[in-house]
Design a protein around this ligand. Structure first.
Ligand code: AVJ
Ligand code: FE
Length: 478
């Protein structure tokens, strides 16, 4: 999508905002406790954990759809996205399919809905023309499903069936809803109209941010990639396996807007040398000249963010760049994108013990001091933030802030098997998709961990994606 200048919108109507519904307190206290249940949680506590995960997802889905009127819920704000009302009913339909039918053995509530909300039957661009449930009907439908799920959760044994082990099916559905909440946020970002979302800005960078080394060396050696132990890990994160990773250097923080501007100003978008052939072809066809939502006015870079126009903050990690732009920037800088294995080793490997952690800071779920997650802010935090979230090697902001493009295609690990359905991951394996790691500020902790894998087409820019770069050591550095 070209970067057209966008008009400044009038001040918010103040009709509704997320503040108050997805509050700092709610996210920092409760929600951050469930990155996935601890393995030894007693069954009664596990039920509470599941209920909190499902409730947090629903609070967020409703906040993201109650803040606009019915017209905005059914409209198509971009051909790249579904109408918001489609996402809303789709999360309920998936919940019905997996929890009420697969787990509970119940009959379909509305059999005619399955086809409408099957993502493989209708591309996003077609969805507005389907006979979808209207906003009120969609809310009633998902509430009815959820009501039955509460009954099921009270009585279903949380063991004995693989789908129920550690409450997996419930965790999968909570993650699914949160993933669609992030998608709905991307729709809000593309939407034209008065701003309706609100959240406090992240705090300024800590004092040591300016003194951080630009990059760190990760020595050669094996590490454990993926997981066989994480109870709510999805199929593509499994199984754990040893990977030998040669030594490499990786950026301490994601690439900032200031650094990216230097690439623009150096003529990076006009110099074919920095682009892969496919990247150059796309850059020409789509006439890329800056990250999506950026435009230049009076010698200054501005951006539109959730309906507000503001100067581009130099110290913030760049977002809304596609894989081709990230790849071109890296070459211009004399560097490259990290492979997925390099990224995960920098994130999880603890050289003191030789084991891989769940998160860069350890095995505990993310708290507000570790990472910018869960839509507490509506933007990434400045580069160098969250020293408490650093990995053993001192790499920062691996979790949260921006999804990070990696050099790798999306494929199955050795020993992969699709579970519980091929359409979650396996049908996307292959060279068409690039892997993104680490999660963005818009990702909820339940759908984020050191092993989590996201993927998208290399042309995608509306997602909350940025990147960091890596390089091979010089002969004298090994
Ligand atoms: C993992 C983010 C690529 O949105 O297509 C949602 C998640 N899968 N419903 C996507 C997903 C089915 C998926 N991503
Ligand atoms: Fe889905």
């Amino acid at each position: 999508m070209p970067n057209e200048p966008v008009p400044t919108h009038p001040e918010p109507l103040g009709r509704c905002s997320l503040a108050g519904t997805v509050s700092e307190e709610a996210l920092s206290e409760e929600a951050f406790l469930f990155a996935g249940p601890p393995a030894d949680l007693p069954e009664e506590r596990l039920r509470e954990h599941i209920a909190a995960a499902l409730q947090a997802a629903r609070d967020r889905s409703l906040a993201l759809t109650d803040c606009v009127d019915d017209h905005d819920l059914v409209a198509q704000h971009s051909r790249l996205m579904s109408p918001l009302v489609w996402d809303l009913a789709h999360v309920g339909n998936q919940e019905e399919l997996w929890l009420l039918r697969a787990v509970g053995g119940q009959e379909p509530m509305r059999p005619e809905l399955d086809e409408l909300y099957d993502a493989f039957q209708h591309p996003r661009a077609e969805r507005p023309r389907l006979p979808l449930l209207g906003p009120a009907e969609a809310r009633r439908y998902i509430a009815a499903v959820r009501g039955r799920v509460w009954d099921l959760l009270e009585r279903v044994p949380l063991r004995g069936r693989r789908l129920l082990e550690a409450g997996f099916a419930f965790g999968m559905i909570a993650q699914h809803e949160q993933q669609h909440d992030e998608t709905m946020l991307a729709t809000h970002q593309l939407r034209r109209g008065a701003p309706v979302l609100d959240a406090p800005a992240p705090p300024p960078a800590p004092p040591d941010a300016a003194r951080l080394p630009a990059e760190v060396l990760i020595p050669a050696g094996p590490f454990t990639m993926g997981t066989s132990a994480e109870p709510w890990a999805l199929d593509n994160e499994r199984p754990a396996h040893q990977v030998h990773v040669p030594a490499f250097w990786i950026d301490t923080t994601p690439v900032t807007n200031a650094a990216y501007q230097a690439f623009i100003e150096a003529g990076g978008y006009r110099d074919e040398r920095w682009w892969s052939p496919e990247g150059w072809a796309y850059r020409c066809a789509a006439r890329l000249s800056a990250p999506l939502f950026w435009f230049r006015e009076g010698g200054q870079w501005l951006r539109r963010r959730f309906g507000r126009v503001e100067p581009v903050p130099p110290e913030e990690p760049v977002q809304h760049v596609c894989w081709y732009e990230a790849d071109a920037y890296a070459r211009w800088a004399g560097r490259r994108l990290p492979t997925e294995a390099e990224w995960e080793k920098a994130c999880r490997h603890d050289p003191a013990t030789g084991r891989s952690r769940r998160f860069p800071w350890g095995d505990d779920g993310p708290g507000p001091r570790h990472a910018n997650l869960g839509q507490r802010h509506l933007q990434p935090a400045p580069a160098g933030s969250y020293p408490d979230g650093a990995s053993p090697y001192g790499v920062r902001q691996l979790i949260g802030d921006v999804w990070e493009w990696t050099a790798s295609d999306f494929t199955g690990y050795p020993g992969f098997h699709a579970w519980p359905y091929r359409e979650y991951s396996e049908v996307f394996f292959g060279p068409a998709y690039k892997v993104l790691r680490g999660g963005s500020w818009a990702v909820h902790p339940v759908a984020c961990r050191g092993t989590f894998r996201n993927w998208d087409y290399p042309i995608r820019r509306q997602i909350f994606a940025g990147f960091r770069t890596a390089r091979d050591p010089r002969p004298d550095e090994e």
